[in-house]
Design a protein around this ligand. Structure first.
Ligand SMILES: Nc1ncnc2c1ncn2[C@@H]1O[C@H](COP(=O)(O)OP(=O)(O)OP(=O)(O)O)[C@@H](O)[C@H]1O
Ligand SMILES: [Mg+2]
Length: 261
């Protein structure tokens, strides 16, 4: 199938195939995501959405196909180097460290560029002190963005589920990423939490490109300019959400009784 090519894609994948033994998780997925887009990826359970994210972030090596992030081929590049180039992601299942405070959780998102050698820390080198200050400033910015300013010393595990998911986005935001991959970030949220979440993503979107896997079609409709549908590892259609959601193959394969319209 043909997917309209973006003029300046920041995430570009061509003919991605991923096989696990006899299971073909992805079977020829291509996509181009333009700078500044909020791009949705939807599809039934087991369609290959998380596998696609893992491949786009370099966590999983595809069986075949190529991926360019901001113009650079990432094949063979370790995930931490990809992260350093401005990519961050949240995971479908692991959200936050329940026994750690909000602040400690944000520390886990500390960018590699903030890391200094032991010597630099002991002698308090200028660059170390400067980075410490930048890091503290970033913590404050992120706490304000995710609305957890007053909760910084609370254990993440005691927060409402939807708030924990906001914190997961906060951890990803710590490195001020240019590209964010969010894997079902609104899963399990109630209506109020989902509305707050949509507002959060709108607030952080300027200056970033966001790819979002989500089963909640209200989230996809409200946030995404375009969405890709994947069914059984194959791309079905890429278009504006209201178009893809009424695509006959999508209705048959995926939405049917689940359609919330
Ligand atoms: N490490 C693995 N080993 C073997 N099979 C795998 C592995 N990871 C994924 N798969 C298989 O690949 C297919 C796609 O899985 P994936 O998790 O990417 O789907 P998904 O679209 O994210 O589903 P969901 O909506 O449930 O999160 C499934 O059949 C899954 O069982
Ligand atoms: Mg998944």
């Amino acid at each position: 199938m043909t997917i309209a090519a973006a003029e300046r894609p920041v995430v570009s994948a061509r003919d991605i195939v991923k096989r696990y033994g006899g299971v073909t998780a992805l079977n020829g997925v291509s996509l181009d995501v333009e700078e500044g887009e909020i791009f949705g990826i939807i599809g039934p359970n087991g369609a290959g959405k998380s596998t696609l994210f893992d491949i786009l972030c370099g966590i999983t090596v595809p069986t075949s196909g190529s991926i360019r992030i901001m113009g650079s081929e990432i094949s063979g590049m370790p995930p931490h180097l990809i992260a350093r180039s401005g990519v961050a992601r949240t995971f479908q299942r692991t959200a936050v460290f329940a026994e750690s405070t909000v602040l400690e959780n944000l520390l886990f998102g500390r960018h590699a560029s903030f890391h200094h050698g032991v010597l630099g820390r002991i002698v308090g080198s200028k660059s170390y002190v400067r980075d410490q200050q930048a890091f503290q400033a970033r913590v404050e910015e992120v706490l304000a963005l995710i609305g957890l300013d007053g909760e910084r010393h609370r254990k993440a595990g005691v927060l409402a589920y939807g708030v924990q998911r906001r914190l997961a986005v906060g951890i990803a935001l710590m490195s001020d990423p240019k590209i964010m991959f969010l894997d079902e970030p609104a899963a399990g949220m109630n209506g109020r939490e989902t509305a707050d979440f949509i507002a959060l993503i709108r607030a952080i979107a300027p200056g970033r490109t966001i790819l979002i896997v989500e089963h909640d079609m209200a989230v996809i409709r409200q946030l995404c300019g375009r969405a890709l549908v994947v069914v059984d590892g194959k791309p079905v259609v890429v278009d504006a959400p209201h178009h893809v959601l009424s695509h006959p193959e999508v209705v048959t394969a995926y939405l049917g009784a689940d359609d919330d319209e």
